[in-house]
Design a protein around this ligand. Structure first.
Ligand code: AMP
Ligand code: ZN
Length: 452
């Protein structure tokens, strides 16, 4: 039985799908810059979620959105649109910026062996539907108009603060005076923004006779409505999404369609790097390309992410990444040992089967416990294949069996050794090393491993 922690109930719950296809929505990236490794953690954890559901026999339909409009630098309704900012920085159009960083994101996504979503939804492809949703919210009495846009009147949605357990009185007390002259409540938010005369905003659509663009949260509510139908089974995101973005998505869904948005909500925590926040000023916004320059593959990083729990605050160091890389190589070489005779295997005392691995992961995606189990037990090649499928680590594909030429070399080296011709056996050992194959001599004969 799969158990997941549900942010909405603050409890571990047994997973029960709403229909015969599990519908999942993942809040995706704002495509105005390269993703750093912190941004990619979420997609790795949610990839494990989908793979775990599939390993449990569920069919999954998953939507991932790409935010190419409306996400302002403050996460609230102030400041510049991140896409417009990116365009200015690079002297390109916002459309070029979006196209470029979507490609960069998907390159990272694929390098991490993450399962493709069934629908990859670009926010700007749903503007007509966004406008229909705003019309519905207005017709249902949930919005009001200001000089700045159409705002959601959160006082109209009695459960507004429930999801994030928001302290609205505290928020009110802490609010800046004059934040918005016409905003009625401190938690009210823009569902649609107007573009003021002279304001630079390349992406614009006509609504109510004026140019404007959707507020950030609306795209998710709209895309879920169009592509999945609410309530969906599982909605995922980062913990930073709880108090504003997800709270507002829920409010919009209720106002437009009178429905709950999702049954289960899952949120992953942030990583720090060497104990520090990831930030430009600290120069630690490493991308997968930066890790590659230091000799680490995207899958070494995926291995590092999955060695911890999605709800834990993780601290990334290059030493711990080195450990993840060594672990992946160790697992690959245990697969290599499966290709060889059973006597030469590194026999650990414990034997485990895939059932135990999946049980660990079924406990709220506890990949860390599953990894420890795999480390300390002996698996068959069949079980390694299942492990590989569950975590998407490309272990088998990156560990082909040796070909006949290499097999002949290993045999020739062994014969040279037995004949006391150590110069020849050393020469062959070097020849094998140049091919990336390391030889270990054991009581039951030579065992080959991949050197990297
Ligand atoms: P940003 O582009 O900085 O707004 O980040 C986009 C999303 O990536 C955020 O909403 C977070 O959910 C996630 N994120 C950002 N920084 C980190 C981090 N250090 N660790 C994990 N996730 C992060
Ligand atoms: Zn979202």
């Amino acid at each position: 039985m799969l158990r997941l922690y549900n942010t909405a109930s603050r409890k571990l719950e047994d997973f029960k799908p709403l229909t015969d296809v599990v519908r999942i929505y993942t809040c995706g990236p704002t495509v105005y810059n390269y993703a750093h490794i912190g941004n990619m953690t979420a997609y790795i954890y949610w990839d494990l979620l989908v793979r775990t559901l599939e390993a449990n026999g569920y069919k999954v339909k998953r939507v991932l959105n790409l935010t190419d409009v409306g996400h302002l630098v403050s996460d609230a309704d102030e400041g510049e649109d991140k896409l417009e900012k990116g365009a200015k920085r690079e002297g390109k159009s916002v459309f070029e910026i979006a196209d470029y960083y979507i490609k960069a994101f998907m390159k990272d996504y694929r390098a991490l062996e993450l399962l493709e979503p069934d629908v990859l939804a670009r926010a700007t492809d749903y503007i007509k539907e966004d406008i229909e949703a705003v019309d519905k919210m207005t017709a249902n009495g949930f919005t009001y108009e200001t000089a700045d846009g159409i705002y959601y009147d959160t006082a109209k949605f009695k459960q507004y603060s429930d999801f994030a357990r928001l302290d609205l009185e505290g928020l009110k007390a802490g609010a800046r005076i004059g934040f918005s002259d016409e905003k009625r409540g401190v938690s009210d938010f823009a569902v649609w923004k107007f573009i003021k005369p002279g304001e630079q905003h390349e992406m614009r659509w006509d609504y109510l006779g004026r140019p404007g663009y959707p507020g950030w949260h609306l795209e998710c509510a709209t895309i879920i409505h169009e592509e999945l139908g609410e309530p969906i089974d599982i909605h995922t995101g980062g913990i930073d999404h709880i108090p504003v973005h997800h709270t507002n998505e829920i409010a919009e869904c209720y106002a437009a369609y009178g429905k709950d948005l999702a049954k289960y909500w899952m949120h992953c925590d942030f990583i720090t790097i060497d104990g520090e926040k990831i930030s430009k000023s600290l120069g630690n916004t490493y991308s997968l390309a930066d890790l590659a320059e230091r000799g680490f593959s995207p899958l070494d990083y995926k291995m590092w992410v999955l060695s911890g729990h999605y709800q834990g605050t993780r601290n990334f160091t290059f030493d711990s990444l080195e450990g993840a890389k060594a672990r992946r190589l160790n697992w690959r070489n245990r697969i290599a040992e499966c290709y060889q005779s059973t006597e030469v295997r590194n026999n650990t005392s414990e034997k485990c089967d895939f059932g135990q691995v999946i049980s660990a992961v079924n406990n709220n995606l506890n990949s860390s416990e599953a990894f420890a189990l795999i480390d300390s037990s002996n698996l068959s090649l069949e079980d390694w294949k299942k492990v590989d499928e569950l975590f998407g680590l490309k272990l088998i594909a990156d560990t082909p069996d040796i070909d006949d030429d290499v097999r002949d070399l290993i045999k020739a080296r062994q014969e040279a050794r037995q004949a006391g011709n150590y110069a020849e056996s050393d020469r062959i050992r070097d020849e094998l090393a140049a091919k990336g194959i390391a030889i270990k001599d054991t009581a039951s004969g030579p065992v080959w491993h991949y050197a990297k």
